[in-house]
Design a binder for this molecule. Structure first.
Ligand code: ADP
Ligand code: ZN
Ligand code: ZN
Length: 762
């Protein structure tokens, strides 16, 4: 278990030459693998410490390349410093995953390999690590029984059965609250029971969602497999915790790993099942270093390692949705789509009746929908629902959408009278409301009416946001912060005003508007806010969520942070007050994201069917908009993701956008915009000059500045690459990489460059 010094070996210290993956600086000239000498033959995957320059670093012995690179004449390989004998070598499947990631996302192998390991493995000295490994683990709660389980509904039974017999990958397309998590639990249970060494990986997009998930999995599996069988992996954990989880997964002691995107790289020798929950979520795409998509890697890893893969969502990414269009319908049929349209307990009788419509996977239930009581005179500008009530039956108890046409509301009203009336009424009945605004702070900008001054960030091409609570102006891009000036820096006018609004202002205004509203337990209505500003302190989010759950809060104001995943039991109304911005964004994925966000948000309303039934009130999603006829809202009104997706896909096909083409971005950051663009242009010219493979099938767009062109005094430019063939794009990128490296030193003032394959933000 202790690291062995090669000197202790009786053989000469250079009898074996081994390729070792180490993390070298991103754009160094050093190749992917370095050669070291070892006294003993070490199998690939062995963790070692090796000298690199004047440091000693962690490395992974790698598979010998087909043609080992000869050492330059007169150069001897340096010896490996020590071997981490206490840790079994990383298996071939893990190494293939790392190698694929590096290749596909255009990064150095060593960088990806080392970033995929827990930090403590890199940072601890061998002796410290050896001590850590020797540390006795507290006796785990011993398994004493079988897992408690729950009777699945017909839809769940059917989905789980298909997952059991088909190969997948599966796209579990289930409404919010349709019981997807229960299907995951069921499939995990089946996978673990099938083989004593089987392991499952379950991923969620946000750290915030892991404690909730962990509690649910622990409750289900600890009785049978012991407490230690379930571990978490995410960046919110301390380094010792992460090492512990990683080792448990690597040794097989952990049977279930729950985590965020980084968990896709966990060493899981017994991997049998991978679940990617909320697979559409943008957080699965890493935004620095190797810009991998954990969802896409999960699918790759599953196929490669023979593990089943379930992607779950109520609003799948258009890529996954497209992949799940059956061949019979002219689609690629790569994923198997499983549909669960009904909300659990939509019949208000508890969700455990699994006896109807057996095997059909479809079930029609009568939703709890009551006529909407509106405040007097507040109906104006509200879109009546033109559809016959019968159409709603198959929508299975999902909240009804109320669109408020802001063109018909009093000018300048943040809350339209009908929405305010509806919130008031809910609060008076003791129900909770959630109000969403995707912008934190008090106001996005301060403004002087006299001279036109605006609170621009001196370092970025963006405004500084006004935070009233501490009277600061803060840049949300570079973090620069300053006190609000007493008077306009431009003209001295003491009257500078906030323009637009953020969550902080919304909370303040709503509290004022509801100040005379009394709850059934005779207290004044309470408004609270949850966003990145209120949850900075450790444990703050949990504390604030607990207040919502305990009913101390009547109206919760928040950003998208609260729209995702949380199981609020008493929220019956959700409102998006200003969602229109995304309708006209230059990013072609903006409508998709808006639709997903609003559907997710709607999913927070009326989650507890029994509560809703007891209250006799129908859950509702309110949207205030200036564009009530927009196709996004029309589809949302019908909870009709398939129609929305079909339309979006038709548009994307027409415009030659993903998933019908494949994209990559090259970004360049420099002191001056011209320098950034010059680098990109030169790289492009070099590619054409060398007539690189794949070039005939790849379209290179001209370099352009990013939407937010300057951040922290760095100018940013990018160049988009597009191809109908993923393989051609990959061939081109691989051949281009050395030219980009060669171009780099010719461009002074260039700060960095990077390649983003399958970029999510363009
Ligand atoms: P989703 O992941 O699709 O949002 P969940 O799996 O969290 O849905 O289920 C929503 C709620 O319904 C949870 O409170 C869950 O415990 C409950 N539930 C799920 N499946 C069943 C079932 N078969 N019988 C009773 N309750 C269920
Ligand atoms: Zn001024
Ligand atoms: Zn800034």
């Amino acid at each position: 278990m202790s690291p062995t010094a090669p000197a202790a070996d009786p053989h000469p210290s250079d009898s074996y030459l081994l390729p070792v993956a180490v993390s070298t600086p991103a754009h160094s000239a050093v190749g992917d693998l370095l050669t070291y000498a070892s006294a003993r033959a070490l199998p690939p995957g062995t963790l070692v410490r090796v000298p690199l320059g004047r440091r000693e670093v962690l490395g992974v012995v790698w598979d010998a390349p087909p043609q080992p690179a000869p050492l330059p004449p007169g150069m001897a390989a340096r010896p490996i410093a020590s071997v981490l004998d206490g840790i079994a070598p990383l298996d071939a499947a893990w190494r293939r995953l790392v190698a694929f990631t590096a290749r596909y996302y255009q990064r150095a192998l060593g960088e990806v390999a080392l970033a995929a390991l827990p930090p403590q493995l890199r940072d601890l000295a061998p002796e410290q690590l050896a001590r850590r490994l020797r540390r006795p683990t507290p006796p785990a709660h011993s398994p004493d029984g079988t897992s408690p389980s729950i009777a699945l509904t017909a839809e769940q039974t059917s989905a789980a059965a298909r997952i059991g017999v088909e190969r997948g990958p599966f796209l579990l397309f289930g409404s919010t609250g349709s019981g997807k998590t229960e299907v995951y639990l069921h499939c995990v249970q089946r996978a673990l029971a099938a083989h004593p060494a089987a392991q499952a990986l379950v991923m969620v997009p946000e750290i915030n969602l892991t404690p909730q998930l962990e509690a649910r999995f622990r409750q289900r599996f600890a009785p049978q497999y012991g407490d230690a069988a379930v571990v978490s992996m995410h960046s919110g954990m301390t380094h010792p915790q992460r090492l512990k989880s990683w080792l448990a997964a690597h040794t097989g002691a952990a049977r279930i790993v729950l985590g965020t995107r980084m968990a896709v790289f966990a060493s899981l020798p017994g991997l049998a099942l991978i679940v990617v929950d909320e697979e559409h979520d943008a957080s699965y795409k890493q935004q620095e270093g190797a810009r991998y998509s954990a969802r896409d890697l999960a699918v790759w890893r599953g196929r490669e390692q023979g593990a089943k893969v379930i992607l779950g969502s109520a609003t799948p990414s258009l890529e996954s949705w497209h992949a799940s269009i059956p061949t019979a319908e002219g689609g690629p049929g790569r994923y198997l789509r499983l549909h669960m349209p009904s909300r659990i307990g939509a019949d208000a009788g508890g969700g455990t009746t699994a006896d109807d419509g057996a095997g059909s996977g479809e079930r029609t239930v009568a939703p709890v929908l009551l006529p909407l009581p509106l405040g007097e005179g507040g109906g104006e500008g509200l879109r009546p629902d033109p559809r016959p009530a019968a159409h709603q039956a198959d929508k299975a108890g999902l909240p009804r959408l109320r669109l408020v046409d802001m063109g018909q509301q009093p000018r300048g009203a943040v809350f339209s009278p009908p929405l305010l009336a509806a919130i008031t009424e809910r609060v008076e009945r003791g129900e909770q409301c959630l109000v969403l605004l995707n912008r934190r702070g008090y106001a996005p900008v301060l403004h002087c009416h006299d001279c036109g001054w605006k609170s621009d960030c001196p370092h970025c091409s963006a405004h500084q946001v006004f935070h009233k609570i501490d009277r600061t102006l803060r840049c949300h891009h570079c973090g620069a912060a300053q006190r609000v000036p007493r008077a306009c820096p431009g003209c001295g006018n003491p009257d500078i005003l906030p323009l637009g609004r953020g969550t902080e202002q919304l909370e303040e205004q709503l509290a004022a508007l509801l100040r005379n509203v009394i709850t059934p337990d005779r207290r004044a209505a309470r408004v609270a806010r949850i966003d990145a500003d209120t949850t900075r302190a450790k444990g703050a989010l949990e504390e604030q969520l607990a207040q919502v759950h305990s009913g101390e809060v009547d109206v919760l104001v928040g950003t998208q942070m609260v729209a995702k995943g949380h199981d609020f039991r008493r929220i019956t109304l959700v409102a998006a007050v200003q969602p229109d911005g995304a309708l006209f964004s230059s990013d072609f994925r903006a409508p998709e994201r808006l639709f997903a966000l609003l559907m997710q948000a709607a999913g927070r309303a009326g989650r507890d069917a029994r509560y809703v039934a007891a209250q006799g009130s129908a859950p509702e999603m309110w949207v205030q908009t200036w564009h009530p006829d927009h196709a996004v809202y029309a589809a949302l009104r019908r909870h009709d993701y398939p129609a929305f997706a079909a339309r979006q896909l038709a548009e994307r096909k027409e415009a030659g956008m993903p998933p019908f083409t494949h994209q990559a971005l090259v970004r360049a950051d420099a002191r001056a915009q011209e320098a950034a663009q010059a680098f990109l242009q030169a790289a492009c010219d070099a590619a054409r000059g060398a007539n690189l493979p794949g070039l005939d099938q790849v379209f290179l767009f001209p370099p352009v500045p990013l939407t937010i062109q300057r951040v922290a005094n760095v100018e940013r430019a990018q160049m988009l690459l597009e191809s109908a063939s993923r393989a051609a794009l990959q061939r081109f990128l691989a051949a281009w990489q050395p030219l980009l490296h060669a171009e780099r030193p010719r461009h002074r003032g260039l700060v960095r460059w990077l390649v983003d394959v399958d970029p999510q933000v363009i």
